[in-house]
Ligand binder design. Structure first.
Ligand code: SAH
Length: 568
């Protein structure tokens, strides 16, 4: 089941009433309205297509108040990709029709029924099994796993052709289904965590009620866990969780095993034996079954609430948003933002990274408090939370990644070092600006920040001198600000000693953001008043050249060769 509250997407004010009625059914859901047409939405968007695709890729359930065809055409390019498949529904603007479109195994029909009930209409359910039995047998609720989807489909078609069925084992949710039950039926739905051979007249459903505690890791851990379960006659599908010592939080083999087994990995304070670990996590349960010294199995009477067992390994991702436009944000960053519990960063960037769900906590800070922000991020992640630190562009280019690593380097806190730390790249401002102008950085280039806040000005001058001498193209970040008014002028004096006034200069301001501007001028024309702190300055090398483009602007590029142009 999908954990995110749905996004209700509307195109005009006429849908707002219906949207509000649907919103009341889902706590935390937000109404996304087209900026130019809707007043009073919770969030606004400017581009319907990219907004819908982004929500889909973030695994957010979508309720679009528009024609089904528009939704289908918009999401079509994403459907062949493997990945998230959240529930997607189209709802008529006036609330008269509810059409589940995608996400059958993610509970779309349940949502369609709930929304239809809320709007007092009938849902357009097209899934035969659901229609007949009022539940999707192949989509058991969380806490239960289906044995085999293909066998399951055949089983459901047998049921649909009129056969009756018996239910073995405890399956509370099936009580509500309108199944043709008969004690002597050939077909059986079997609910248990015992290992069982699949057969065509049985639908096997496994309660995810088994925990395996491991006190030692190793390369073959997943197969050892499988072996231990098999020896005890327990189905691997019933495994809900691996449990280990918190001293092993960063052990790659442990994580590999959890990934292979497709189960959660939880931790408790260090214990010597596997059965002690299990007892600490689930003290109310019966003694675990011990299989060897380092593996203990616990079978609970009902599905386990994994989130309540011990704690998770925390995660800290330092992400780059790219210059601003959603299209230039890498998919891994979008996925990270969707899973985050906490988002930290300079307020402008946190706002750019949104919209966020109501269950996600935003910690906005001033731009200058980088080290404090980095330490705060580790404190949150060490509690087992999923934390994102936001930078614009790339987080490793004059941004938060270094601050986060510096904070970790300085810390002797083992819990901080055990955090799952990852840096996710973004399109840096120099590259985004260069791409719009052509290829001004098409050959060797030098990236510099002109800010002397954290480095002495004479170092900057020396580097400028040498980079100019070396005939590298130059990309200046932080070129100027109110507190640093004269530095850019001085920098240009140095560059001009080595470059002709005809050298092409590209100025990109707010690239990828609303109101972006791109200017191609020459070094002779460049004055500091054309530049502000939201500008990227790209200065060509001796080979950088420009030519007119059909739209009236100019292309800028630096050729791949240097010296003599090669033949052909
Ligand atoms: N990590 C960022 C850079 C942060 S330093 C990145 O990789 O892009 C901040 C400087 O980056 C600004 O002073 C400006 O020079 C430049 N910059 C950041 N975003 C920009 C944008 N959208 N357009 C132009 N320049 C930008």
């Amino acid at each position: 089941m999908n954990a995110h509250p749905p996004a209700i997407v509307i195109l005009g004010n006429g849908s707002l009433g219906t949207a509000r009625r649907i919103q009341q059914l889902y706590s935390g859901s937000q109404i996304h309205g087209l900026a130019t047409r809707v007043d009073g939405a919770d969030l606004t968007y400017t581009e319907f297509g990219s907004t819908l695709r982004q929500l889909y890729q973030q695994d957010t359930p979508i309720i679009a108040l528009c024609a089904a065809g528009i939704v289908i055409r918009t999401l079509a390019p994403l459907l062949l990709e493997k990945g998230a498949e959240p529930p997607v529904l189209a709802v008529a603007e006036d609330g008269s029709a509810v059409v589940p479109l995608l996400g059958g195994l993610g509970g779309v029909n349940v949502m369609a029924r709930d929304i239809a009930a809320g709007l007092d209409v009938a849902a357009a359910i097209t899934t035969s099994g659901e229609l007949r039995f009022g539940t999707c047998l192949l989509n058991p609720p969380s806490g239960y796993a289906l044995g085999d989807l293909e066998l399951g489909k055949r089983f459901v078609s047998d049921l649909l052709s009129g056969e009756s069925v018996r239910i073995e084992g405890a399956a509370p949710w099936l009580a509500e289904a309108q199944l043709p039950e008969d004690q002597h039926a050939q077909l059986a739905i079997h609910v248990s965590c015992a290992e069982r051979e699949p057969s065509s007249n049985e639908l096997l459903i496994y309660p995810r009620s088994v925990l395996v505690a491991v006190s030692a890791s190793g390369p073959e851990l997943a197969s050892r866990v499988r072996g231990a379960l098999h020896t005890s006659g327990i189905a691997v599908q019933s495994l809900a969780c691996l449990l280990a010592n918190d001293t092993q939080m960063a052990d790659p083999e442990l994580h590999q095993a959890a990934t292979e087994l497709n189960v959660a990995l939880r931790f408790v304070a260090a214990q010597t034996s596997a059965s002690e670990l299990a007892q600490q996590a689930l003290p109310q349960l019966l003694a675990p079954i011990c299989v060897g010294d380092d593996i203990a199995i616990v079978v609970a009477p009902q599905p386990l609430d994994v989130q309540g067992i011990g704690r998770a390994r925390g995660r800290l991702a330092v992400i780059g948003l790219g210059p601003g436009a959603a299209e230039l944000m890498v998919p891994a960053v979008k996925a990270e933002l969707a899973r985050a519990n906490d988002i930290l960063g300079y307020e402008t960037y946190v706002r750019m990274a949104g919209p966020f769900r109501t269950d996600q906590v935003q910690h906005c800070t001033d731009n200058r408090e980088e080290m404090q922000r980095a330490r705060h991020a580790f404190e949150l992640a060490a509690q087992g939370r999923s934390v994102v630190v936001v930078s614009s562009g790339d987080p490793g280019v004059f941004a938060m990644a270094s601050a986060v690593l510096e904070a970790l380097h300085e810390s002797s806190n083992a819990e901080w070092h055990a955090v799952d730390l990852e840096i996710l790249p973004g399109v840096s401002a120099s590259l985004a600006t260069a791409a719009q102008a052509g290829a001004p950085l098409g050959h060797d280039f030098c990236v510099m920040s002109l800010s002397d806040n954290l480095k002495p000005w004479d170092v900057i001058e020396r580097r400028l001198e040498l980079a100019s001498q070396a005939d590298l193209a130059l990309a200046f970040y932080n070129p100027i600000s109110r507190s640093r008014p004269w530095q850019l002028g001085r920098a240009l004096e140095i560059v001009r000693q080595h470059r002709t006034p005809q050298t092409p200069v590209t100025l990109g301001r707010d690239i990828g953001r609303p109101g972006q501007t791109l200017r191609v001028i020459t070094l002779g024309e460049l004055t500091p008043d054309q530049v502000d702190m939201r500008t990227m300055v790209l200065i060509g090398s001796s080979t950088t050249c420009t030519f007119p483009r059909a739209d009236g602007g100019r292309w800028v590029y630096t050729p791949r060769w240097y010296g003599e142009k090669p033949q052909g």
